[in-house]
Write a protein that binds this ligand. Structure first.
Ligand SMILES: [Mg+2]
Length: 110
């Protein structure tokens, strides 16, 4: 499955808001919410599982990462951005940083 195939399928399951601004806000808030769900799994893993990698619920992490992917696909669609473009641009940015030795450090425009 390509990123664009995934995006095309993901948007068929979106309960779209009729107001485009509210639609976008709803999806961006959902994206943050799902990122928080991933963080909650890790918080409970540290708090309750002694940070033991063998006890990390990776199936649940996988599900929540999928939810993040869904929201990224939908937000991108709402902004008329093909998911494939985001993936390609991100890999190109990281490859450029690697070639210039700036993978470490901070700042969005390294
Ligand atoms: Mg979720």
């Amino acid at each position: 499955m390509t990123f664009d195939d995934y995006q095309a399928k993901a948007i068929t399951t979106n309960l779209k808001n009729d107001d485009p601004v509210l639609e976008l806000l709803q999806q961006v808030l959902g994206l943050g919410d799902e990122a928080g769900e991933v963080q909650a799994i890790f918080k409970k893993w540290v708090r309750d599982q002694g940070s033991d990698l063998h006890r990390l619920d990776t199936e649940n992490v996988k599900k929540e990462l999928g939810d993040i992917l869904w929201y990224i696909a939908v937000v991108a669609h709402d902004l008329n951005i093909p998911l494939e473009d985001i993936a390609k641009q991100n890999i190109a940015k990281l490859a450029d940083r690697k070639s210039r030795g700036t993978l470490r450090g901070s700042g969005d425009n390294r």
